[in-house]
Design a protein around this ligand. Structure first.
Ligand code: BGC
Length: 536
């Protein structure tokens, strides 16, 4: 099948990942193939034409492994099987083959920081004595305080509350996330061997790489020292904490890189790492480590020209220092959708369209989260009884259900084509107005957000200057950005007012069309324009 994989730019047979556009499929919410109200592998297989025609190079599938779903699949009970709610191993094989036949590579999630509490290993650990080899696969400790009644240290769970839970026999176990997600002990060689075997299992099945969940988390500081600070979640990604971004984690990634390189076809590793600085993040993509890391510094940048310029410059520079491509991402299944982050409504959508063209013009690889190509906003008014994201424990305002609402495929019908007539209701209800945002409503409209993404991806494929490479900043008025990449120019107006500048050339594509007055062009508020330079 691999010969059907086409590289982004003709002639570059290698390093496909350096400029790949990778589409994140949140499996539970993409398409329901069996009518039970939950998205599944069969559903994805039915949408491969759509994805290939959208023009992406690869898919990243969120976890579909056997799981009690305490964290919607990020609590894995069996790493080598498919949860019945998502299908079977045969469906996974079929999806890989079909995706490859469509020219799409497939990256799957691997969750190595923790397992589910229903994983055989954890069940065995619970049944075994303190100090037993079974408990050595996880992080069990005696408690502090006179009778061990206090947690062993002051670490807080990312989802709220202490990161430790006590067992009836008095020992505590560590879980950086929910209590149903016990942290593995990466000091134990058995854990390394098990994950090498899991990776091989999926590589043998034909996956093109892995998105590594909490790639900065497996190794904890020796002695598990206190953080010494309450409200630790606010520090994540801004400071080094003893449970994240420890130097020792890089040994694991080096070993995995060797494993990936032992397979043909440039299989990749992508780090989900929240590192305090772009320099620390670059550590994950050194030549002998992973191929890519998500650029959350870009994702969290507010709508401001100076801030964007700074983060773009720093990202390109620091990744460049280790020879890695940058990545760009605006949304995923853990954050508020960017239409809403950028102000919501018409304003948010205008900015989101502009941000998409900015992102797709930058050097490196791009991640698109399902539904952003439709301009979907965050769903903020989900009825209370549907909210089940464990992160809501920490902060009800910070729940992740609103970015995980299923995709509307059709203008009308129950659940707008997420399932099929007669299907059960979708697991999260879809807003009544989403028919207008559906794939069907936008597909043939070049001015729609879907039309914009499709054209942008086609232009990106055609033009040699786009994708991997570098950029040159051009002089531009305050509140705007302008950069050139050979004969290609991108201008972004991040102000809420029109801005005039000398027209850089011929318009290739615009998130909002500019107006011309002779040699001068008036950029629309919150808009991006792609140009072909006159003088080249
Ligand atoms: C995933 C989350 C998940 C967490 C724990 C991540 O960062 O993206 O969805 O809750 O890891 O596995």
């Amino acid at each position: 099948m691999t010969e059907l994989i086409h590289d982004h730019h003709a002639g570059t047979a290698t390093a496909w990942w350096r400029d790949a556009v990778i589409y994140q499929v949140y499996v539970r919410s993409f398409a329901d193939g069996n009518g039970d109200g939950v998205g599944d592998l069969l559903g994805i297989r039915g949408k491969l034409d759509y994805l290939a025609e959208l023009g992406v190079d690869a898919l990243w599938l969120t976890p579909f492994y056997t799981s009690p779903m305490a964290d919607f699949g990020y609590d894995v009970a069996d790493y080598r099987d498919v949860d019945p709610i998502f299908g079977t191993l045969a469906d996974a094989r079929g999806l890989l083959d079909d995706a490859h036949a469509h020219g799409l590579r497939v990256i799957v999630d691997v969750v190595p920081n923790h397992t589910s509490d229903r994983h055989t290993w954890f069940r065995q650990a619970l049944a075994a004595e303190p100090g037993s080899p079974e408990r050595e696969r996880y992080i069990f400790r005696e408690g502090a305080g006179e009778n061990g009644e206090l947690p062993p240290n002051d670490w807080e769970s990312i989802f709220g509350g202490p990161a430790w839970t006590r067992l009836p026999d008095g020992q505590w176990y560590l879980h950086l996330f929910a209590p149903e997600q016990p942290d593995l002990n990466w000091e134990n060689p058995e854990v390394h061997a098990e994950f090498a075997s899991i990776l091989k299992f999926w590589l043998d099945l034909g996956v093109d790489g892995f998105r590594i969940d909490v790639a900065h988390g497996m190794v904890k500081a020796a002695g598990l020292p206190d953080v010494g600070h309450p409200d630790q979640v606010k520090m994540i990604g801004s400071e080094v904490v003893p449970f994240f971004d420890q130097d020792g984690v890089h040994e694991i990634h080096r070993a995995w890189r060797r494993l990936l390189d032992s397979y043909p076809g440039e299989r990749i590793g992508v780090a989900e790492a929240w590192a305090p600085t772009p320099e620390r993040l670059a550590g994950y993509v050194r030549p002998d480590e992973l191929h890519q890391a998500f650029n959350f510094h870009f994702l969290t940048t507010p709508w401001d020209a100076e801030r964007f310029r700074a983060v773009i410059e720093e990202s390109v520079l620091t990744a460049g220092l280790v020879g890695a491509p940058t990545t760009w991402v605006l949304s995923n299944h853990d954050v508020k959708r960017h239409v809403t982050r950028y102000g919501g409504g018409e304003l948010g959508l205008r900015r989101a369209r502009a941000a998409a063209l900015l992102m797709l013009a930058l050097p490196g690889s791009v991640y698109i989260y399902q539904g952003e190509e439709l301009g979907l906003p965050e769903v903020l008014d989900l009825p209370e009884e549907f909210l089940r994201d464990p992160q809501r424990l920490r902060n009800p305002e910070d729940g992740r259900d609103g970015c995980r609402v299923p995709i509307p495929w059709a203008v009308s019908g129950p659940d707008f084509g997420f399932g099929f007539p007669g299907s059960q209701d979708s697991w999260l209800p879809m807003p009544g107005s989403w028919g207008e945002l559906s794939v069907e409503a936008q597909l043939d409209d070049p001015d729609s957000t879907l039309g914009l993404y499709r054209t942008a991806l086609a232009v990106r494929r055609e033009r040699e200057e786009l994708g991997d490479g570098s950029l040159t900043w051009l002089k531009s008025p305050e509140g705007t950005l302008a950069f050139g990449r050979g004969a290609f120019v991108c201008t972004v107006n991040l102000t809420g007012a029109p801005v005039d500048l000398p027209a850089p050339g011929r318009v290739l594509l615009a998130s909002d069309p500019p107006a011309f007055d002779g040699e001068t062009v008036r950029l629309a508020p919150d808009s991006t324009v792609w140009w072909e330079r006159d003088d080249d």
